[in-house]
Design a protein around this ligand. Structure first.
Ligand SMILES: NC(=O)c1ccc[n+]([C@@H]2O[C@H](COP(=O)([O-])OP(=O)(O)OC[C@H]3O[C@@H](n4cnc5c(N)ncnc54)[C@H](OP(=O)(O)O)[C@@H]3O)[C@@H](O)[C@H]2O)c1
Length: 288
């Protein structure tokens, strides 16, 4: 993402230098923006919660390759997050604690981001938890697990948006800042690791709509809803269950983390007139 502020090398920024650079910001002169973006760019700042996780790390890589400065948000995986931030292309990345169930911790993160960067252009809410519990086994889905899922997957993204809103509103990116909520196909199909996980992702998609309305026009909000993603956790599942997932998916395979990351980049960079929307990355799974 590019900010029309100061001149940097053309290598530093890749986004917004193609057709998307013609994006017009509501209430602003079209030409003024086109002209400002060319050769007068600064690298945007992206924050990814759960940034050291399986999908989060791939999203961090994609954002860095797009020329952004990336804050890898972590909860328990501090060392992994620091190593990832140090390995990303482009420089000036950071790893900060982003404990999404701890609002004081999120306020501290926002203060660190404010001191170091002064702005947040993209927030990717990727942190999430779940555990497999058969949908019919209501007793196994105990209150502790329910509260952990809801506080992390639902209150978490809301609290992170609340903490970062002032910095998101400072974005000078054409079209303003973008929030990406990593939801799930489970929100739509009610098929997923357990009943409350599915409900939590439906709540995330619902929040995407409310926040898309409430934060416009300065901030766009988009859900990316992946089907089952082919990562270590999923590969450790019952092979029969995995085979079934593939068979029931019209495109006959699972999603790759890279495809989720590509959708995140597309929503930021190309879907510039999209807000309050849910974008599936699911191989057509709900069709069957
Ligand atoms: N895997 C799939 O098939 C799939 C499909 C659809 C959607 N999703 C969604 O994609 C997202 C990432 O999933 P994943 O498969 O990459 O899982 P993962 O590898 O287990 O990553 C989960 C991440 O969430 C973070 N996290 C957990 N509790 C947190 C808390 N209280 N505060 C801050 N961060 C916390 C973890 O951070 P630490 O390691 O630092 O603790 C970790 O980085 C989740 O929202 C998930 O629901 C996954």
């Amino acid at each position: 993402m590019a900010t029309p502020r100061k001149k940097v090398s053309s290598k530093q920024i890749k986004t917004n230098q193609n057709d998307s650079s013609k994006t017009n910001r509501p209430g602003h002169g079209h030409d003024e923006h086109i002209h400002a973006e060319h050769n007068q760019t600064e690298r945007g700042v992206a924050v990814v919660t759960g940034g050291a996780g399986s999908i989060g790390a791939v999203i961090c890589g994609a954002l860095a390759r797009e020329g952004m400065r990336v804050v890898v948000g972590y909860n328990r995986s501090a060392e992994k997050a620091k190593a990832l931030a140090a390995s990303l292309p482009g420089g000036d990345h950071a790893a900060f604690a982003a404990p999404v169930t701890d609002s004081a911790g999120l306020a501290a993160m926002a203060a660190e981001i404010s001191r170091r960067y002064g702005v947040c252009d993209v927030l990717v809410n990727c942190a999430g938890v779940t555990r497999f519990v058969p949908h019919g086994d209501l007793d196994a889905l105990d209150d502790g697990l329910i509260e952990n899922i809801l506080s992390t997957n639902v209150r978490g993204p809301f609290a992170t948006v609340r903490a970062l809103r002032p910095l998101l509103e400072k974005s000078k990116q054409p079209g303003g800042a973008v929030i990406i909520n990593i939801s799930s196909i489970a929100a739509l199909t009610a098929m997923g690791s357990n009943v409350i996980y599915c409900a939590s992702k439906a709540a995330v998609d619902n929040m995407t709509k409310s926040l898309g309305r409430a934060l416009a026009p300065k901030i766009r909000v988009v859900s990316i809803a992946p089907g089952v993603v082919n990562n270590d956790f999923i590969r450790s599942m019952d092979p029969q269950w995995l085979k079934e997932q593939v068979e029931r998916t019209p495109l006959k395979r699972l999603a790759a983390s890279e495809e989720v990351a590509s959708a995140v980049i597309a929503a930021i960079k190309h879907f510039t007139f999209t807000t309050g929307a849910i974008i599936p990355v699911d191989g057509g799974r709900p069709l069957s």
